[in-house]
Ligand binder design. Structure first.
Ligand code: CP
Ligand code: NVA
Length: 294
């Protein structure tokens, strides 16, 4: 077992920007190491609470497996089984849970609610997706890019479609690691802090990484029909892939909707790195937990 390059002991990760560039680098380096040492128990006895107010396949399972492989245990905190559902305050809940658990990963709607948890808890709170950010996904994405290209330096990322929570988080991490990201999206669908163009061909021309996400994120179902109409010109199909760098890879956080934001031939085609990307959720979260709890 190597000595950790740095510690994030006791920190919250609510947004991608909560990690300085050197800290994001340290997560990636440790993730690469842990990927080769899947069962190395670096956090024996530690416990991670998982509080999810939206559905999840990858995030919930990869966090539960992450803490188990590190020698600890996950505790599922079903919102409707907590006294929170009967009116106990968030602050009281966070205070009590802080005396049992070592960290909590939370998936919810409002970023402000996550901040309330962080304020009230004395243990690290990790964003497992909010309406605004998905920092763990962004870390898995940049690990995948680094594995495929051997570097992140000066690579160009083209984001297509809705400027989602994943896009917001990836833009920050990509910038921190020396990449440039441009998002092609229609008016009203812009991400935060990322350069925007309207023409998808302009974004993908010569790009090394093409990324998209669902057109109807969790909680946005009410205007799904309008979203599908507005975002139609931004579907990631083979024609767009053909304009990118010949070695370009395609990323998607999943779940994907083949025929909507991405064509099946691209999702399952030779340029797709989405399954490697999904696996990398496990490795980056193990690294993050190790740095937060060591
Ligand atoms: N990519 C992602 O966060 O997937 P889940 O919604 O399945 O966790
Ligand atoms: N933008 C999507 C990501 C799902 C992992 C959502 O928020 O539903």
């Amino acid at each position: 077992m190597t000595t950790l390059a740095l510690s994030l002991s006791g920190r919250d990760v609510l947004r991608s920007a909560d990690l300085a560039p050197a800290e994001a680098e340290a997560v990636l380096e440790l993730a690469a190491e842990l990927k080769l040492d899947r069962y190395g128990q670096r956090l024996p006895g530690r416990t991670l609470g998982l509080l999810f107010k939206k559905p999840s396949t990858r995030t919930r399972v990869s966090f539960a497996v992450a803490i188990a492989q590190l020698g600890g245990a996950a505790v599922l905190l079903q919102p409707d089984e907590l006294q929170l559902s009967r009116g106990e305050s968030l602050a009281d809940t966070a205070r009590v849970l802080s005396s049992y658990l070592d960290a909590i990963a939370i998936r919810t709607f409002e970023q402000a609610e996550l901040e309330e948890w962080a304020e009230a808890a004395s243990i690290p709170i990790v964003n497992a997706l909010t309406d605004e950010e998905h920092p763990c996904q962004a870390l898995a994405d940049v690990l995948t890019i680094r594995e495929r290209f051997g570097t992140t330096d000066r690579l160009r990322i083209a984001w297509l479609g809705d400027g989602t929570n994943v896009c917001n988080s990836l833009g920050v991490v990509a910038g921190a690691l020396g990449m440039r990201m441009v998002a092609a999206c229609p008016a009203g669908y812009e991400p935060r802090g990322v350069d925007v163009v309207r023409d998808p061909r302009e974004a993908v021309a010569g790009a090394h990484v093409l990324v998209t996400d669902t057109w109807t994120s969790m909680g946005r179902e009410a205007d799904a029909a309008k979203r599908l109409r507005d975002l139609e010109p931004y579907r990631l199909g083979e024609q767009l892939v053909g304009l990118a760098d010949p070695d370009a890879i395609v990323l998607h956080c999943l779940p994907a909707h083949a025929g909507e934001e991405i064509d099946a031939s691209v999702l399952y085609g030779p340029r797709s790195a989405v399954w490697q990307e999904a696996e990398n959720r496990l490795h980056v979260q193990k690294a993050l937990l190790t740095l937060l709890l060591s």
